[in-house]
Design a protein around this ligand. Sequence first.
Ligand SMILES: Nc1nc2c(c(=O)[nH]1)N[C@H]1C(S)=C(S)[C@@H](COP(=O)(O)OP(=O)(O)OC[C@H]3O[C@@H](n4cnc5c(=O)[nH]c(N)nc54)[C@H](O)[C@@H]3O)O[C@H]1N2
Ligand SMILES: Nc1nc2c(c(=O)[nH]1)N[C@H]1C(S)=C(S)[C@@H](COP(=O)(O)OP(=O)(O)OC[C@H]3O[C@@H](n4cnc5c(=O)[nH]c(N)nc54)[C@H](O)[C@@H]3O)O[C@H]1N2
Ligand SMILES: [Mo]
Length: 809
Amino acid sequence: MTNHWVDIKNADLVLIMGGNAAEAHPCGFKWVTEAKAHNKARLIVIDPRFNRSAAVADVYAPIRAGTDIVFLGGLINYLLTQDKIQHEYVKNYTDMSFIVKDEFAFKDGLYSGYDPAKRKYDKSSWDYVVGADGFVKTDPTLQDPRCVYNLLKEHYARYTVDMVERVCGTPADKIKQIWEMIASTSTPNRAMTILYALGWTQHSVGAQNVRIGAMVQLLLGNIGIAGGGMNALRGHSNIQGLTDIGLMSNLLPGYLTLPNESEQDYQGYIGTRTQKPMRPNQMSYWQNYPKFHVSLMKSWWGDAATKDNNWCYDYLPKLDKPYDMMQAYELMAQGKMNGYLCQGFNPLASAPNKGKLIKAFSALKFMVHMDPLSTETMEFWKNYGEFNDVDSASIKTEVFRLPTTCFAEENGSVVNSSRWLQWHWKGADAPGEARSDLEIMSELFHRIKALYAKDGGTYPDPIRDLAWKYSNPESPTPEEVAMEFSGKALADVYDPKDPTKVIRKAGEQLAGFAELRDDGSTASGVWIFCGAWGPTGNLMARRDNSDPTGIGNTIGWAWAWPANRRVLYNRASCDPAGKPWDPKRKLIGWNGTAWGGADIPDFKADENPDGGMGPFIMNPEGTARFFARGGMNEGPFPEHYEPFDTPLAKNPLSPEQALTLNNPAARVFKDDAAQFGKPDEFPHVGTTYRLTEHFHFWTKHSLLNAIVQPEQFVEIGAALADELGIANGSKVKVSSKRGHIFAVAMVTKRIKALKIEGKTVHQVGVPIHWGFLGETKKGYLANTLTNAVGDANSQTPESKCFLVKVEKA
Ligand SMILES: Nc1nc2c(c(=O)[nH]1)N[C@H]1C(S)=C(S)[C@@H](COP(=O)(O)OP(=O)(O)OC[C@H]3O[C@@H](n4cnc5c(=O)[nH]c(N)nc54)[C@H](O)[C@@H]3O)O[C@H]1N2
Ligand SMILES: Nc1nc2c(c(=O)[nH]1)N[C@H]1C(S)=C(S)[C@@H](COP(=O)(O)OP(=O)(O)OC[C@H]3O[C@@H](n4cnc5c(=O)[nH]c(N)nc54)[C@H](O)[C@@H]3O)O[C@H]1N2
Ligand SMILES: [Mo]
């Protein structure tokens, strides 16, 4: 979230699109209720189904799964042509005036630089024009036809109300009503918050769904202000922490990035990540990258990381391609990966295309599981009749199970969607033979290290040299690990303005990332967490909920990254002179000598506004970006592409060519392409989601949850049920090109048939929670139906839309 849970109460308008907060985030949803009750806020829900959030909305609109870019592209067109934008904000805080290279082009759904053989773009033309002074050229009058404003206007001119209705199936009157409501927040005294989750991310255009939402918010001046923002409602209780500490195949902690194969040279790696400002007097905060990176390497490899060996740069793997889960399963299926350590993850249930997974896991030599519960993945080899019809005798994979504790059986910190690190305390001892993940991982590390020492092996250095300074090396405590990720001084740290003054003595915990150095004198495992466990102790354990201004920031409660800041980009809540756009929702302001207020300024604390430094300090532009230069894999402006299983034969936005029917930059493995469904065989659009009464695949082990939601069902609109003669409560078969499931039919008026390009399209809802283990009735895994294709940037699977066929069983 750019903002935080409590801040939702400050909104005048709440847009829930691509998520179902009332169902999946019922505790956080209370802040939507607060906004409605105390701020006269209105709630809009746009979802394929009239869901539990829609049940309390002021306006609900249906949409075909996978078409949000069309709806929001239309909205951008509307806001620009009706001139419903916050002018001063857009002019000063975004790249609208920047001039783009002449070579950049867009035609028939494709941007310049596409290579169809590689399904990749050469992005060199997607950039601004740089002048002789080394800065990007701009036209503040916005007249230049090559400025971002005019390119954006031209791009979305095709996204008309008529087009939105034809592609999304949303009725025109609903579209206009919603656009008008949203446009009302373009004034400085009104704010809209966007709440989204998987309904936006689990698509082959998922990252662009999120981006286009952010672009709408920028046009309206809704980023950086109280009651505004782009708010990703995260999933597992610590999933925000997972990305923060870099547990993605391409990331290092704190959103630093792993080098690519072409980046063998350390200086080159650092150089491309420390960009000089692109406009005069801008901050470009990533120029501090070396401080964060060197401190990370010191944290991992301690004394072994020296200036002479480039801080152990050679120890970092260099990526030849992304190693996300779908890549791993593809490699297993091809017989190129033969061992798998699976920690707190049930991919047979949660990853797409179960049939492919069975094939992949069957090709493994061994599989190790760390989990407090039994999972379907551990038993993938076992025949459960119709629910898991495998030939056990032919599967040779050896499976090891290591029972672990769960969060309630240990101390630790959890990062919530608000970016708050909240410390928690152990509530009970672990049962039986369970051991903590930390203990198991430590033992694994020591055994591997001992094996290298005894037998040798290729490149033992990164394992041999790993720093492991815990009081009990066999079992590090969560407190020690937390202090390590926060960071400490390894030698005395000096004030850069006065090199004789020590600001932090060797051995002390650091107060924040401003104290990190690139000379090896500091260590921090996750730079954005630096200060969470500071010189005064564990700030994550704070529980002071006082809120002197009433804005809801409670900065004495736990600790938020970065720097305990509650609303990101909060400099943008003020006009260029440093005065809040809206005094009622003041977060910070300029008092003549410094920035301050109810939040920690997301800016240089003493930067005089006269200097013209922009609020988006992480970008070398100093502004927010409508034009994603080189960043996104399928293009600088979000463009609509159909899901890989689509009911349409042509992309209505680029009917000229077959290539742009689906995202032309998404990765498609060869064997998966043959498994895409076609509408003549599978005419209905399927989507998957969760229910309040279950948490993924764990709670089916709990009797009480099993009692409230005992059996797998699918939701079918009344019109489709009538057409197929399906009675409520009867059994149906739902099939896709990948496989089939049987389930109970829940016939409902909450899913309406949509008119798409002149034909009727029915959507079918498949909740995900059942499987062949647990206290509930045995069921099929929902992911039997889904496609193993992902978003072109993040590789998040397209679990939210695929073609199915529904039949009476
Ligand atoms: N009780 C409970 N709570 C949970 C979880 C749980 O298992 N149980 N899981 C947690 C986790 S890990 C996560 S990630 C979050 C997920 O939180 P959410 O994303 O809110 O949950 P989902 O149920 O997956 O679905 C979101 C909604 O997106 C809609 N949708 C599908 N496709 C589209 C589309 O193309 N466009 C639009 N606009 N909407 C679409 C679906 O109809 C559904 O209503 O929930 C968390 N909370
Ligand atoms: N079709 C479809 N598929 C989906 C989704 C969807 O909407 N539609 N949603 C996706 C999303 S957002 C998510 S997050 C995934 C969820 O997919 P998974 O993460 O695979 O599902 P969980 O059941 O949450 O599995 C987590 C496991 O962690 C174990 N665990 C709990 N605590 C601990 C611990 O402290 N240590 C260890 N080692 N293990 C622990 C639990 O017992 C459980 O077995 O599903 C994804 N799959
Ligand atoms: Mo999730």
